[in-house]
Design a protein around this ligand. Structure first.
Ligand code: ATP
Length: 513
């Protein structure tokens, strides 16, 4: 099945099984805003817990905070967001659709790559086993010609971005003959800068109102609390502050479901270190964060680092952790060495001293920062994409199964009475009453056992038990495993020990140490 179709299926599966709904669905939704349903919220909470505990529980020198979404407006002046948090946008006059100029050009670059890949695939078919792909890529005239065009475009594009040259971005779109996918025309407007921050007003009257922003990242809530936490927590360098919370960006192009949203959630940790040690910490955090992702068991080949060529002026190292989504490798997390930029800016704009006094050397200085920043929703999407499978069974049937890591699954155990009578529902309820304090259990009695198993497979429940007439005599149940569909008879008294160790967040955390 084409990857595009797989992605469409995942999106509709998310809706059908109560994971993700379009926001305000009865009014036909709101662009790039989504709600999490009864199963989605459990999965999302488990992802957040996994992250939070890996930071705050496993590191003695990391503490958490929960800062407000609204912040003093000067925060965003100091951080640079008021002046520089912009995307270049362009409109097509015929379709009246708005695009990000840089995304149109990136798509064009991807088209050159696709063209090269097609040539390679064609040649691989033609030459069969004797095909040497590396040699073909290095020597074939058509491939070389396309690669040269791509490289020239890449260079021109990077320069235009670096120089913030909006006219040049437009000229590239014209020269490359990029058309609007809706109208098919090249009737483009000028390129304009568009600030991504949402603003609103505080104050009781319009006159007295003052403009404030919905935070576009959670990080600034940490920076402005650096002194509070350091002093009240008597924190010694190096130490970190972690936070999970909503962020808002007025994204011009809302695409790819929950990958790019206007209201989303971030999990950020700023790690404060002595100046001069940041480039020792940077690779350590890369390693720690990659290990966190890989402990989920999705396979190392589905992740890669993408080091930034172009660094923000205040950063001295930056990388993304990318995950292989059905639409290609995409950024899920950013790791940045941000120097002392943010703390220094807040010191400058607030007039306060934002420093660290080192009792060992009797010196004061502004700490440097390594930040790890991951989107909860993108993480959710990567878990969904990797877990979804349409499986062909030996008996000719198909089933949709979500191979969620058991620790992240919304429901850990479904308890199913074989029939709705003869005391079986009561027995099933008894089992749940006992186990619900330890992990999330669900009772289900409607439809045949086969249908009930399928429903649980579709939401990723790792274990089901069936209560039958024999259970009333021998206190044994049939335990069924989601992935293998293996079934075995086990005593009710052993259920907790058989399941608990595999479904807790602790089971994941133990893989990290
Ligand atoms: P992109 O280049 O994809 O716009 P970014 O580099 O601007 O992302 P950061 O500012 O580094 O992203 O934010 C850190 C993380 O927050 C990202 O890795 C991503 O997981 C998440 N994130 C950022 N923007 C969005 C969004 N609009 N919707 C969902 N998640 C987002």
């Amino acid at each position: 099945m084409a990857q595009e179709d797989v992605f469409k299926k995942i999106v509709s599966h998310c809706k059908e099984y109560g994971f993700v709904f379009p926001s305000s669905d009865i009014y036909d939704g709101l662009g790039a805003v989504y709600d999490y349903g009864q199963n989605g919220v459990e999965l999302k909470n488990n992802i957040k817990q996994y992250w939070w505990q890996s930071m705050v529980l496993l590191h003695e020198n990391i503490v958490g905070i929960d800062a407000a979404i609204f912040m003093h407006p000067t925060t965003w002046k100091a951080s640079g967001h008021v002046d520089a948090f912009n995307d270049p946008l362009i409109d097509n006059r015929d379709s009246k659709k708005r695009y990000r100029a840089d995304v149109l050009i990136e798509d064009q670059l991807a088209k050159y790559d696709e063209k090269i890949d097609k040539e390679v695939q064609k040649a691989a078919k033609r030459f069969g086993d004797s095909f040497d792909e590396a040699q073909f890529r290095a020597t074939n005239a058509r491939v070389l010609e396309t690669a040269a065009k791509r490289d020239a475009l890449h260079e021109r594009f990077a320069k235009a971005l670096n120089d913030v040259n909006l006219e040049e971005l437009r000229q590239i779109i014209l020269d490359e003959e990029i058309v609007c996918p809706i109208s098919g025309t090249r009737n483009w407007t000028e390129v304009r800068q568009f600030n991504l921050m949402f603003s609103t007003e505080v104050g009781s009257t319009a006159d007295g109102a003052s403009k404030i922003y919905l935070r576009p990242e959670t990080a600034q809530g940490i920076f402005v609390n650096y002194l509070n936490v350091q002093k009240t927590g008597r924190m010694k360098l190096p130490f970190g502050i972690a936070q999970i919370g909503k962020a808002f960006r007025n994204e011009i192009v809302a695409r790819q479901f929950i990958f790019r949203m206007r209201e989303f959630e971030q999990m950020e940790m700023q790690f404060f270190v002595k100046p001069g040690t940041e480039l020792d910490w940077f690779p350590q955090w890369k390693k720690t964060r990659m290990a966190w992702h890989q402990a989920l068991g999705f396979g190392a080949e589905n992740y890669r680092f993408h080091d930034h060529d172009k660094l923000a002026h205040y950063a001295n190292a930056a990388t993304d952790i990318e995950f292989k989504m059905p639409f290609g490798f995409k950024e899920v997390e950013g790791i940045h060495s941000r120097t002392n930029f943010d703390l220094s800016q807040h010191a400058k704009y607030s007039g306060k001293k934002v420093e660290y006094f080192d009792p060992e050397t009797n010196e004061s200085f502004t700490p440097y920062v390594i930040e790890t920043s991951i989107g909860v929703d993108r993480m959710f999407l990567s878990v969904m994409c990797h877990s979804y499978e349409e499986q062909q069974l030996e008996n000719g049937e198909t089933r949709v199964v979500l191979h969620l890591p058991a620790a992240l699954a919304p429901v850990k155990l479904a308890v199913l009475p074989l029939v709705k009578k003869d005391g079986l529902p009561e027995k099933a309820q008894e089992i749940i009453n006992d186990l619900r304090f330890h992990f999330n259990c669900k009772y289900e009695e409607k439809d045949s056992i086969g249908k009930r198993y399928r429903r649980q497979d579709a939401i990723g429940t790792p274990f089901c038990v069936t209560v039958d007439h024999d259970t009333l005599q021998d206190n044994m149940v049939t335990l069924r495993y989601r992935d293998t569909m293996e079934q075995r008879r086990v005593p009710i008294s052993e259920l907790r020990s058989l399941i608990e160790d595999q479904v807790t967040i602790t089971s994941l955390l133990k893989k990290l140490i």
